[in-house]
Design a protein around this ligand. Structure first.
Ligand SMILES: [Zn+2]
Length: 284
């Protein structure tokens, strides 16, 4: 009888302990922002405890799944928010596999369509899994815990037949305490100009350089206004596009902006607490 009592008491204490440990795990976990080295493409994982925002999925499903497996808690099979900036393969292909292997809470994207096999597969997997898809443009705001994400571009609803869609990429600013990130997809100078005129603040600490460092992006005015301390270029070694271009590297260096390249440093990891500046974790 006595033994039984002790058994139940211990079981209850254990349950209480596990419950509070889990709560603490979620709350005190710092925010982690990882620019995944996915080769020539973009994929950014924003994670706090068991909650994630994934921006784009890079060009390969296999690479993307391996990367997520490395960073997500092993018991976590759900990604709360996926942002698909635009339907080019180097941003979208990996997301198809993500949607096949993870539960996705919600997809934020524009209405831009592309007549490609990978885009068709993406649409099929979203409808098969009944994933909620939200069309976004400037002003949409997403919050989880103390993390907030604001959509800066495109300025308005996008025509599905936008064609060359780089300039209609979803651009988002992440606000976390005193830390600000700007994720720019593959926008080029016309979209940058429009964003500057649009009036939303893009004054940030960490900038994901637009379009892998293409010479058609990262205009002087855009860099001056964003005025980041750190800039991330997501790019593969010896790619056929000549990314990143000397012009962009020089423009960043001239402003004393520290450059982090995925072809040199592989995954680029920032750990953030709300009351202090994010810390880069790369040892390379
Ligand atoms: Zn791209």
């Amino acid at each position: 009888m006595k033994n039984k009592f002790y058994f139940f008491a211990i079981a209850i204490l254990l349950i209480i302990f596990l419950y509070f440990s889990y709560q603490i795990f979620v709350e005190v976990k710092p925010l982690q922002v990882v620019f995944l080295d996915v080769g020539q493409g973009d994929s950014i994982l924003i994670q706090k405890g068991t909650q994630q925002i994934l921006i784009d999925g890079g060009p390969s499903g296999k690479t993307e799944l391996a990367k997520l497996g490395q960073y997500l808690p092993y018991f976590d099979d759900e990604i709360e928010i996926v942002i698909m900036t635009h339907p080019d393969k180097d941003h979208l292909a990996g997301l198809v596999e993500v949607a096949r292997n993870y539960k996705i809470g919600k997809v934020l994207t524009t209405a831009a369509e592309k007549d490609t096999q990978v885009f068709k597969e993406w649409q099929d997997v979203l409808s098969y899994n009944k994933v909620e898809t939200l069309e976004v443009w400037r002003g949409t705001e997403v919050k989880f815990n103390d993390v907030s994400m604001k959509i800066i571009g495109p300025p308005e609803k996008v025509d599905p037949l936008v064609g060359e869609g780089n300039d209609k990429s979803v651009v988002a600013r992440l606000d976390y305490g005193e830390n600000f990130f700007l994720f720019t997809g593959d926008i080029e100078s016309p979209a940058e100009k429009e964003i500057l005129e649009g009036g939303e603040s893009i004054d940030v600490d960490i900038l994901k350089v637009a379009h892998h460092g293409s010479k058609y992006s990262s205009s002087e005015a855009f860099l001056d206004t964003a005025s980041p301390e750190d800039a991330i270029i997501s790019v593969s070694k010896n790619n056929s596009y000549g990314h990143p271009t000397e012009a962009v590297l020089n423009a960043l260096a001239k402003r004393n902006i520290e450059i982090f390249r995925t072809d040199e440093k592989e995954d680029i990891i920032f750990i953030c607490k709300p009351s202090e500046k994010c810390k880069n974790q790369n040892v390379k």
